[in-house]
Design a protein around this ligand. Structure first.
Ligand code: GUN
Length: 290
């Protein structure tokens, strides 16, 4: 079992330890602005945990809560203000956005130097070209776990299930940069089990509860489960499950991340790490070691 919670706690502690050094040079802590549109669903929960983690790391957190019916113009005006704010190093607009807002327009409006999600086309392009870039938090968190478990990833066959801009595509780019042989599978893929059974590294990011079973996993493979799905547990209760059926996959895999307690905590830790990096770059300081 890969303990993402423990690894994330280490990373958060390392980031927190680097904050006073930055603050002594910049005369302020690193600052992260989070924008939440509407108050419903999992997004509000994620934003609260980001808020808490930012404070625990000794960083400044600025949370902007906007009504669900906010206009695109008003949201773009807020992004422009955050771009211009000297004490804001990172800007995160929580996705998904309501239908009246074009998410691409919002992401492209964020200053690429403050794009700690790594979603701006300039950062996505830099990642694809192998240039230094702010890198999406969830895939980078997965890569940290994979590197620590497996060491050198070169030559391994990595199968990424899911092609989202947030996880699947950047995950594939990161694994390619590690010299993996990368296959990207998705909802239209034919004979998915034949592909997943060939994977030395299997990253599941499709949002379908327990879709990948032990029979779909190569013996000894390293399985990274990005899914967070809330399912009915009976009696009016619900529970969180991944995209991987944990018990059957764990019996076959060499290593596997649980849900919860695997990739999820890493995402927030990398968000703080990216904010620290953005703060250093904006202040003209060399990149921190974390
Ligand atoms: N929604 C789900 N994951 C993410 C993420 O990593 N960043 C943002 N901004 N929104 C998300």
């Amino acid at each position: 079992m890969i303990d993402g919670r423990a690894r994330a706690a280490e990373l958060r502690a390392a980031v927190a330890a680097a904050v006073p050094g930055f603050a002594s040079v910049a005369h302020r802590p690193p600052g992260l602005a989070v924008v939440l549109v509407g108050e419903d669903g999992p997004s509000a929960v994620y934003v609260r945990s980001k808020e808490r983690a930012t404070a625990e790391a000794g960083m400044s957190g600025f949370v902007h809560r906007l009504p669900a019916d906010v206009s695109q113009a008003d949201l773009l005006a807020l992004v422009a203000r955050l771009n211009a704010a000297p004490d804001v190093d990172g800007i995160l607009v929580q996705l998904p956005l309501p239908p009246q807002v074009n998410p691409h327009a919002v992401i492209e409006a964020i200053d690429p130097a403050k794009d700690i999600d790594g979603f701006h086309p300039l950062n996505a392009g830099r990642l694809a070209l192998g240039e230094p870039a702010l890198t999406p938090c969830t895939p980078l968190g997965c890569l940290i776990l994979l590197r620590e478990r497996l060491g050198d990833l070169a030559g391994r066959h990595a199968v990424v299930v899911g092609r989202s801009n947030i996880v699947g595509k950047p995950m594939a780019q990161l694994l390619l940069a590690e010299s993996c042989t990368v296959t990207v599978a998705h909802s239209r893929t034919r004979d998915l089990p034949a592909l997943t059974r060939a994977a030395d590294i299997l990253v599941a990011a499709v949002g379908r509860p327990e879709m990948i079973r032990g029979a779909d996993v190569k013996p000894g493979a390293c399985v990274i489960d990005v899914g967070i799905n809330r399912v009915d547990a009976g009696g009016g209760k619900s529970r969180l499950v991944g995209d991987v059926h944990f018990d059957s996959a764990a019996a076959v895999a060499g290593a596997i991340t649980p849900v919860p307690g695997g990739v999820g905590p890493m995402t927030i830790a990398v968000l703080l790490r990216n904010t620290l990096h953005a703060a250093h770059a904006r202040a003209g300081l060399p990149a921190p070691a974390v």
